[in-house]
Design a protein around this ligand. Structure first.
Ligand SMILES: *[C@@H]1O[C@H](CO)[C@@H](O)[C@H](O)[C@H]1NC(C)=O
Ligand SMILES: *[C@@H]1O[C@H](CO)[C@@H](O)[C@H](O)[C@H]1NC(C)=O
Ligand SMILES: *[C@@H]1O[C@H](CO)[C@@H](O)[C@H](O)[C@H]1NC(C)=O
Ligand SMILES: CC(=O)N[C@H]1CO[C@H](CO)[C@@H](O)[C@@H]1O
Length: 226
């Protein structure tokens, strides 16, 4: 009698052990990211989906083969512009076509591969590893864009280094309110990502812009030194 009770007890214990999931697998809490503010980390998970296009290293030529001064007019009605007095969101859309801040050097690095350098400030347009539009003082991989010629004279510009799902899906764009569109929220075919390139053929204009740009950079240099 006693031994059958013992056997039953053993059986129950064995069954429990066999059926119980490994507690350390199930109950181990997910590790919090080191030093994270939780709200931030929630949205930063979006940036972890940004991937690198390893073909970037095929961009052989680092010196542009061809340079042209252009203005980029977005289908939403704005000229791409760099406001270098603003600390954040330097890239904006403005409607004043005469503003010198709308002139960009389009530096060709190969077929459909360009850098866009704002003439007055000398800064390069770029998309960073978090999928945001930024500007940079120095040349880097992040300022390389692939440009595609779409129908009806429109061009698009996508990050050559980073992508979300498939290569070249982070577009430069200006929203209906003149602000930059987050490249992570862009899709081909949206009107906000389509630009007409207006080449500036006026030599006098060009010289004037370049001169004022140089003076600006000298001033900036002095400011940085002092
Ligand atoms: C540029 O930025 C400055 C400082 O934020 C702002 O006062 C000015 O209105 C901006 N210019 C344009 C054209 O948005
Ligand atoms: C447009 O930009 C030019 C050159 O910076 C400036 O002289 C003109 O006043 C601006 N026009 C408007 C409407 O802001
Ligand atoms: C500027 O030059 C391009 C080619 O170099 C030409 O197609 C275009 O018509 C010219 N634009 C103006 C306004 O002269
Ligand atoms: C807390 C926070 O900033 N949430 C935002 C995360 O990003 C999405 C869009 O990707 C926004 O809609 C949320 O407001």
């Amino acid at each position: 009698m006693a031994s059958s009770k013992l056997r039953l007890a053993l059986f129950i214990i064995c069954a429990l052990v066999a059926l119980a999931p490994f507690p350390y697998v199930v109950t181990r809490p997910t590790k919090p990211a080191p030093g994270c503010a939780c709200i931030k980390s929630h949205n930063e998970s979006a940036s972890s989906h940004i991937r690198i296009n390893y073909q970037i290293f095929k961009v052989a030529s680092k010196t542009p083969s061809y340079v042209q001064i252009v203005q980029l007019f977005c289908k939403t009605g704005y000229f791409l512009s760099l406001n270098d007095t603003a600390k954040k969101n330097r890239i904006i859309g403005i409607v004043n076509q005469s503003s010198e801040s709308t002139f960009f050097e389009s530096q060709s690095l190969g077929t459909s591969i360009v850098r866009l350098r704002n003439v007055v400030s000398g800064r390069f347009l770029a998309i960073n590893s978090r999928g945001r539009i930024i500007t940079q003082a120095k040349v880097s991989d992040e300022s390389i864009f692939k440009t595609m010629y779409e129908e009806n004279y429109f061009h698009t510009f996508t990050s050559h280094k980073y992508f979300k799902n498939k290569r070249h899906d982070l577009f430069l764009g200006i929203k209906q309110n003149g602000r930059c569109k987050s490249p992570k929220l862009t899709f081909p075919g949206q009107i906000s990502v389509q630009f007409i390139l207006l080449p500036n053929n006026n030599t006098e204009d060009r010289v004037r812009i370049m001169t004022s740009a140089k003076q600006n950079r000298v001033k900036q240099g002095k400011r940085d030194m002092g």
